[in-house]
Design a binder for this molecule. Structure first.
Ligand SMILES: Nc1ncnc2c1ncn2[C@@H]1O[C@@H]2COP(=O)(O)O[C@H]2[C@H]1O
Length: 512
């Protein structure tokens, strides 16, 4: 079922009723109402806008039309709305069209439906489909048929129903980077909407004290938080470290940055989602607090926390091996070197350019720390740590690298929950590999392991018997050497090594 959003012209549906058969039609009276609808449904989880292809039908406003909402936002053209939607909701498969183009647009959506038929089909589409978006770069000022629609089949490179692919995301970002400023999206939205109103917290937990206590301990459990709560915790941390670093950003702009970042992660990923990013940022911030005396500038703490929350942006929920074999269009662009990490860095830099350009004054720290999370470089970092203080890699890179795998140092029940999620993601990768070998990428129906994680560890181990061995393998191959090395170099981080040792002991007991 496709969702059609009829914006700013309710009678649209009567004129186009025959074309909307089988669609869920949502009437919205303005662009700001559309934005609020998208943010609210994304935050509540009611709709990720990633699993199906939706259509926004927008009537070009009359020159003299008056709007009850923000006049500047409501007077944008349909092409400008298409540009704004792509910019603010990068991972959404949401096409914007004028009424005249509806029949053709819906035909394209139907043709592309197979690309979204299952989790596996979506992941394959994101990674391997070579649709690169609208060929001509959007300046945001074109007329509404800027995106030349092509009649070819959906699986080829030119299904122009704004199907999300990693290549289209990167192509748009690269088009943006060498263009003069396009539509001032951030200004338009932050002027029209009070974004704090979108962050709905549980009634009994509205006070910041509750969340401040949560984020200030190593027992932080990102799994137990809603998307709104994750955004609220991120806001509290970033507001604090930005204040300490004298980097000013208004609350509304910080919320808009976080909302756009959340919409740039795939909510359906088991492990590599916005939730993981917030967990890594909270760990990064806590490690910086433990190592405060080692920092000359508070801006370093801000930049590494920002790098942490953006370090996996746009992650497809697989890994570099699957990005390179079969070779994906994005892997070709990076010559198979740290493909995902380079992708995250480019995508995140574009997002910061739009929402928090001041951070890009430290672009090198941002890219170095994100690239340090490539596990192919793991042994180099461990050897450098063992080589003594003079060879020590950048402390900021070590901190983000440690935070990225710090789930194995969290209290056992929290660590076990992360182990379930990574185990589900690994099994999806195995299913994808199998479908590639069977040359059946789009047709394969892998069962989403969307089931809730069992409450107690014993039930988890009955349901996921491979976890003890998998955790031991990972701790012995990667985590123990890193956290032992960090404990040697920084006494303040000994607790990490103690925690991973305790968890390892538990897993050894389960493997007997
Ligand atoms: N608890 C865990 N068990 C097994 N592998 C893990 C665990 N946590 C992190 N990883 C792996 O460590 C990798 C760190 O980089 P990535 O986030 O790309 O992908 C991560 C996973 O492949």
């Amino acid at each position: 079922m496709r969702t059609v959003f009829a914006v700013n012209k309710p009678e649209l549906c009567h004129e186009l009723f025959e074309h909307f058969a089988g669609c869920n039609v949502v009437h919205l009276s303005s662009v700001s109402e559309l934005l609020v609808y998208l943010y609210a449904h994304r935050l509540s989880g009611e709709d990720t806008f990633e699993r199906t292809l939706s259509l926004v039908v927008h009537q070009q406003p009359q020159r003299d039309s008056q709007s009850s909402s923000d006049p500047e936002l409501e007077s944008i053209t349909t092409a400008e709305l298409a540009y704004l939607v792509q910019k603010q909701f990068p991972c959404f498969s949401l096409s914007v069209t004028a009424p005249a183009e509806v029949p053709k647009a819906l035909k394209h959506l139907r043709e592309c439906a197979s690309l979204y038929a299952s989790r596996l089909a979506r992941v394959s589409t994101w990674m391997y489909n070579n649709y690169e978006g609208c060929k001509k770069p959007f300046t945001g000022h074109e007329t509404h048929n800027a995106c030349q629609q092509d009649e070819t089949t959906p699986n080829s490179s030119s299904c122009s129903a704004n199907v999300y692919t990693m290549l289209s995301h990167l192509t748009r970002v690269r088009n943006n980077s060498h263009q003069s400023a396009g539509l001032p999206c951030t200004k338009l939205i932050s002027t029209a909407l009070n974004l704090r109103d979108l962050i709905i917290l549980p009634k009994d937990k509205v006070s910041s004290d509750h969340y401040w206590k949560l984020i200030s301990t190593w027992d932080f459990c990102a799994m137990s938080l809603s998307t709104s709560e994750l955004i609220w915790c991120s806001y509290l941390i970033l507001k604090k470290v930005a204040h300490d670093a004298n980097f000013h950003i208004s609350d509304n702009d910080l919320f808009l940055f976080l909302l756009s970042l959340e919409a740039s992660y795939h909510q359906g990923n088991k492990f590599h989602s916005f939730r993981h990013a917030v967990d890594v940022m909270q760990a990064t911030w806590q490690l910086c607090c433990h190592l405060k005396s080692h920092f000359e500038k508070n801006s370093s703490i801000l930049v590494v926390c920002v790098a942490a929350i953006g370090h996996d942006v746009g992650h497809p929920g697989t890994n570099n091996a699957l990005m390179c074999d079969p070779i994906s269009p994005v892997a070709k662009l990076y010559n198979k070197a740290s493909v995902l990490e380079n992708f995250h860095t480019e995508i995140f830099s574009d997002l910061l350019q739009e929402h928090w350009p001041q951070i890009l004054q430290q672009k090198t720290i941002l890219s170095d720390t994100i690239l340090a999370t490539d596990m192919a470089l793991h042994s180099q970092y461990v050897q450098l740590m063992d080589a003594g203080p003079s060879k020590l890699p950048s402390l900021l890179s070590l901190i983000l690298k440690a935070a990225d795998i710090s789930n194995v140092t969290r209290p056992l029940h929290i660590s076990t929950n992360w182990a379930v999620l990574i185990t589900c993601e690994f099994s999806e990768c195995a299913a994808l590999l199998k479908s590639i070998q069977n040359n059946d990428i789009y047709g394969h129906k892998v069962t989403d392991c969307d089931e809730p994680i069992p409450d107690c560890i014993e039930s988890i181990l009955i349901k996921y018997p491979s976890i003890p061995k998998g955790q031991l393998l990972f701790i012995n191959a990667f985590a123990e050497s890193l956290f032992a090395g960090l404990a040697e170099c920084f006494q303040e981080l000994r607790f990490l090594h103690n925690n991973v040792q305790a968890n390892k002991k538990f897993w050894e007991g389960k493997c007997k």
